[in-house]
Design a protein. Structure first.
Length: 103
C-alpha cells in the first residue's frame, strides 16, 4: 500500500534503498531556479534520466518545502510520485495515502 511522507530522512532513506538521487527536470532547471523535482534512478533502464539533472538534497528539500510537496511511495517497490501535501497529507507528515482531489 502506498504511503505519503514529508519527512526528509524517510525520503532520503527510501531513495538510497533504491539507488535514487535528487533531481530536477533539465529544461526547467537553471543556476537560479531548481525547477520541477524528481527522484531519478540512474541505474534503472528506461528511467528517462537523460531529461534530468542531479541536484543536492539541500536544493531538493528547499524546493520541496517551498512547493509544499509530499512523497507518495511504496516501501517495497520503486514506485514514487511527488504530490501536493493538501491532497494526501494527514497532517502528521507520514501516513496512508489518500486519492488526490481532482477539481
Amino acid at each position: 500500500m502506498a504511503e505519503t511522507t514529508t519527512d526528509h530522512q524517510t525520503i532520503q532513506e527510501w531513495a538510497a534503498k533504491h539507488k535514487g538521487k535528487p533531481a530536477a527536470v533539465k529544461k526547467t532547471h537553471s543556476d537560479n531556479v531548481v525547477g520541477i523535482l524528481r527522484i531519478m534512478f540512474p541505474r534503472t533502464p528506461n528511467s528517462e534520466h537523460d531529461d534530468l539533472v542531479e541536484i543536492s538534497w539541500e536544493d531538493f528539500f528547499r524546493e520541496f518545502e517551498d512547493k509544499k510537496l509530499a512523497l507518495l511511495y511504496e516501501s517495497g517497490s520503486m514506485f514514487s510520485k511527488l504530490v501536493e501535501r493538501k491532497a494526501t497529507s494527514n497532517g502528521k507528515g507520514r501516513g496512508t495515502a489518500q486519492k488526490p482531489e481532482h477539481g
